[in-house]
Design a protein around this ligand. Structure first.
Ligand SMILES: Nc1ncnc2c1ncn2[C@@H]1O[C@H](COP(=O)(O)OP(=O)(O)OP(=O)(O)O)[C@@H](O)[C@H]1O
Length: 626
C-alpha cells in the first residue's frame, strides 16, 4: 500500500479503491488499455454537446491558469473514457505515454486506483498522488478529479487536473471542485432557460387545443402533463397518469419517440381500452438542434387537431318561452313576404339570430349580407353600401369594389345597429330603398337591386325619431313590420339556455356535462342580465373553464359566476337592489352567509344593505320569527 499523506477521508477512499482494483484483477505492473475508435469517441463526445457549449469559457479560463505548467485538464464521461483534454508540451507527451489521452478508458477496472476512475466510483472529489496510483507506470502523476452532474442530478463524468507528482499542490483539488461546480451551474442555467422556452411552446400548443384531450410526454416517453379530458379517455385519475410511460396506453409510443417530427403522426390506443376508438395524433416540439424534447398528443378531430373549435353554434336558436315562441311564429309568417322588418331588442338578445331565421325562411336564393352600421366610419358608409368604381377616390382599391346592396342581390341585407347610422347616410339609404337601384360611387350607371331589408336596433327608434336623431321617413320605410325581442330577464327559459350553453362548453372540453350548484342557480336567476344571452353565454363559459381547469370539477359554484356589470356591488342596479337582497334572504331562509354568497357580496356589505332597506329588515325578522 502507498504511503498516505492526504486527508483521512481521501486516504480511506484510496484504500478502498486499491481493494477494488485488486478485485477487478488489474495487474499493477502491466500496461492496461481500452481505447475508443474514432466513431465511438465522436458519439461519446456528442453526449457532451450541451456541457461544452455552456462550460467552454470556464474550462478555457482554468486552462489559462495552468498554461505552461506541467498540468493538463481532462474530461471523462461516465464510463471513464477521456473525451477531451487541454495541455502543453512537454507534459502532454509524457501523459500520452501512459495513455492519459483522449479516447482512453481510465475506469478503475482498467487502470486501478486513479483520480478519474476513483471519483467516478466514489462520486466524490478525489486526489491521487504519485504512488497512490495502483499501476506503477502512473506513479509519476498527481491527479485531482471532481464528478460532474447533469441538471437532472445524473452523473455525467469527471473533470480532472493531472500533472507531474513533483508539483503536487493541495489547493489544486479545490480548483477542480470549484471549476466543476461552475460548469454544473452554467449547464443548469442553460437547461432552465431551455426548459422555459419549451414550456412556453408547449403551453402555446396546449392552449391552441385547450378544448381537446391533451397529453405531453418528455423525450423518454414519460407523461409530464395531461388534461382531464385525456385522463378520462385513459380511464385513470389525472394525477396517476403523470409520470407514467406512454407505452402503457399507446401501441406506437416507441416509434413516436424515435421518429416523430414536427408533422402530425397517427397513434393508436392499446386494445385494452375498449370503446375508446378515437384516432390520436402526436406532434413533436423540438429544440434548435432537432433533438426531440416534447411530444404533444391529442385526439384527432379535424385536419388540424390543435386548431380551436368554432366557439359557438350561432345558427341554433334555443327557446322554451311563450314570448319567444310567439316571435318565431311571426317570423315564419312574415319571412316569406317582401316587407322590410325592423327587429328591436336589447343588446345581446338575439336579433342577429332572428335576422338569420328570417332569411332562411324567406326562400330567397341570394346571400344574407350583414352591415354593422355602427362599425363603419361616416365617410365610408356610402362606398360600403353602394360600392365604387376604379379610381373613384384616393385610397380606393384599384379595381373598384362591389357594395353590400349589390352583394345581397336576390337575398337579404341585414342592417345591424341601424340606429347608429348618421343622418347624412340615412338620406342616401332611403333613396335606394325607394328607388331600388344603386349607383356605385364614380359611376353613372344605376343597377336595379332586389334586396330584402332587415334592420335591427337596440335603441328605441321611435323615440330617436321624436328627438329628430332618426329620419321619420326612413323609420317607416324600414319598419313595415316590427318584431320586438324580449330581454332575457323577461324570458321564462333562462335555465333552458343555461343548460344549452353548459352542454356546448362541456362538448368543447370533451366531458359529459357541467352542472350548477344550488347557490349558483339562485344567483343566475336573480341577476338582471343587462347583456342578455351573449352575457349569459360568456359568464357560463368563463365559470365552466375556471371550474374545470382550475378547480378540476364539473359543478359550478356561485363564486365562479362573475357578472361583468356592477362588479363593485356585484349584483343589481340601485333600483333593483332592495328586491334582490330581499329575495336572496328569502331563498337562503334567513341564513345571511348564504345570502351574501348568493349576492356575491361580503357579510358586512349585506348587513349594511339590511340596515339601508326597511323592507329587507322586515323580511328577515319574519323569517326569524317563523
Ligand atoms: N335563442 C338563442 N339560443 C342560443 N343562442 C342564442 C339565442 N339567442 C342568441 N343567442 C346567442 O347569443 C349571442 C348574442 O346574440 P345576437 O348577436 O343575435 O344578439 P344581438 O341582439 O344581435 O346583439 P347586438 O345588439 O349586440 O348586435 C350570439 O352568440 C347568439 O348565438
Amino acid at each position: 500500500m502507498p504511503v498516505l499523506h492526504e486527508s483521512t477521508e481521501n486516504n480511506a477512499i484510496i484504500h478502498t479503491s486499491w481493494e477494488r482494483s485488486k478485485t477487478f484483477g488489474v495487474d499493477p505492473d502491466k500496461i492496461n488499455n481500452e481505447l475508443l475508435t474514432e466513431g465511438e469517441l465522436r458519439d461519446r463526445t456528442n453526449q457532451f454537446h450541451d456541457f461544452f457549449r455552456t462550460s467552454t469559457k470556464i474550462l478555457d479560463r482554468l486552462y489559462s491558469q495552468l498554461k505552461r505548467t506541467s498540468f493538463m485538464i481532462l474530461i471523462s464521461d461516465v464510463d471513464g473514457y477521456i473525451i477531451r483534454s487541454w495541455g502543453d508540451f512537454p507534459f502532454i507527451e509524457k501523459a500520452k505515454k501512459v495513455w492519459l489521452d483522449v479516447g482512453a478508458n481510465w475506469h478503475e477496472r482498467i487502470k486501478g486506483t486513479n483520480a478519474i476512475g476513483t471519483a467516478l466510483v466514489e462520486k466524490k472529489p478525489v486526489s491521487v498522488i504519485g504512488k497512490q496510483h495502483y499501476c506503477r507506470e502512473n506513479h509519476f502523476l498527481t491527479c485531482y478529479a471532481s464528478p460532474l452532474y447533469s441538471p437532472k442530478g445524473e452523473l455525467l463524468g469527471v473533470l480532472d487536473i493531472s500533472g507531474d507528482a513533483r508539483n503536487h499542490q493541495v489547493h489544486t483539488l479545490g480548483m477542480v471542485i470549484a471549476a466543476a461546480q461552475a460548469c454544473q451551474a452554467h449547464l443548469l442555467l442553460e437547461s432552465t432557460q431551455q426548459e422555459l422556452t419549451f414550456a412556453l411552446q408547449e403551453t402555446e400548443t396546449v392552449f391552441k387545443g385547450i378544448n381537446q384531450p391533451l397529453i405531453s410526454v418528455d423525450e423518454s416517453g414519460i407523461i409530464t402533463r395531461i388534461n382531464q379530458a385525456a385522463a378520462n379517455l385513459l380511464e385513470q385519475p389525472l394525477e396517476r397518469c403523470i409520470g407514467q410511460p406512454l407505452d402503457r396506453w399507446f401501441k406506437e409510443s416507441e416509434e413516436i419517440l424515435s421518429t416523430c417530427g414536427p408533422a402530425l403522426k397517427k397513434i393508436t390506443l392499446k386494445p385494452n381500452l375498449k370503446g375508446k376508438k378515437r384516432t390520436w395524433v402526436a406532434q413533436t416540439i423540438q429544440d434548435k438542434r432537432r433533438k426531440k424534447f416534447r411530444v404533444v398528443i391529442s385526439t384527432e378531430r379535424s385536419r388540424d387537431p390543435f386548431k380551436p373549435k368554432k366557439a359557438e353554434n350561432t345558427d341554433q336558436l334555443v327557446y322554451d318561452c311563450p314570448k319567444v315562441k310567439q316571435v318565431l311564429e311571426i317570423v315564419s309568417a312574415v319571412a316569406k313576404t317582401e316587407a322590410s322588418i325592423l327587429i328591436q331588442g336589447e343588446t345581446g338578445s338575439g336579433k342577429e339570430g332572428i335576422a338569420r331565421r328570417i332569411h332562411q325562411e324567406s326562400g330567397r336564393e341570394g346571400p344574407l349580407i350583414t352591415v354593422n352600421c355602427a362599425a363603419i366610419p361616416e365617410q365610408l358608409i356610402e362606398s360600403e353600401l353602394f360600392g365604387y368604381e376604379q379610381g373613384a377616390f384616393t385610397g380606393a382599391r384599384k379595381d373598384g369594389q362591389i357594395g353590400k346592396f349589390e352583394a345581397a342581390h336576390g337575398g337579404t341585407l341585414f342592417l345591424d345597429e341601424i340606429g347608429e347610422l348618421p343622418l347624412s347616410s340615412q338620406a342616401v339609404l332611403l333613396r335606394v330603398l325607394e328607388e331600388k337601384v344603386v349607383t356605385r360611387i364614380g359611376s353613372l350607371e344605376s343597377k336595379p337591386v332586389d334586396v330584402r331589408i332587415v334592420a335591427a336596433t337596440n335603441r328605441p327608434l321611435a323615440q330617436e325619431v321624436q328627438k329628430k336623431r332618426f329620419r321619420a321617413d326612413l323609420y317607416y320605410r324600414l319598419c313595415e313590420f316590427e318584431i320586438s325581442l324580449p330581454p332575457l330577464r323577461e324570458r321564462s327559459d333562462l335555465l333552458t339556455l343555461v343548460d344549452f350553453f353548459l352542454k356546448q362548453v362541456a362538448q368543447e372540453i370533451g366531458i359529459n356535462q357541467f352542472t350548477l350548484d344550488h347557490l349558483a342557480k339562485d344567483k343566475i336567476q336573480l341577476y338582471h342580465w343587462p347583456g342578455n344571452i351573449r352575457e349569459l353565454r360568456q359568464v357560463l363559459r368563463q365559470a365552466a373553464y375556471k371550474t374545470y381547469f382550475v378547480h378540476r370539477s364539473t359543478v359550478i359554484s356561485a363564486e365562479e359566476l362573475i357578472f361583468p356589470q356592477d362588479r363593485s356591488t356585484n349584483l343589481l342596479l340601485q333600483s333593483k337592489e332592495e328586491e334582490a337582497v330581499k329575495q336572496a334572504i328569502q331563498s337562503a331562509k334567513g341564513n345571511l352567509s348564504k345570502a351574501a354568497r348568493m349576492l356575491g357580496i361580503s357579510r358586512t356589505t349585506l348587513y349594511k344593505k339590511i340596515a339601508q332597506y326597511p323592507q329587507v329588515k322586515e323580511v328577515l325578522e319574519k323569517i326569524k320569527n317563523m
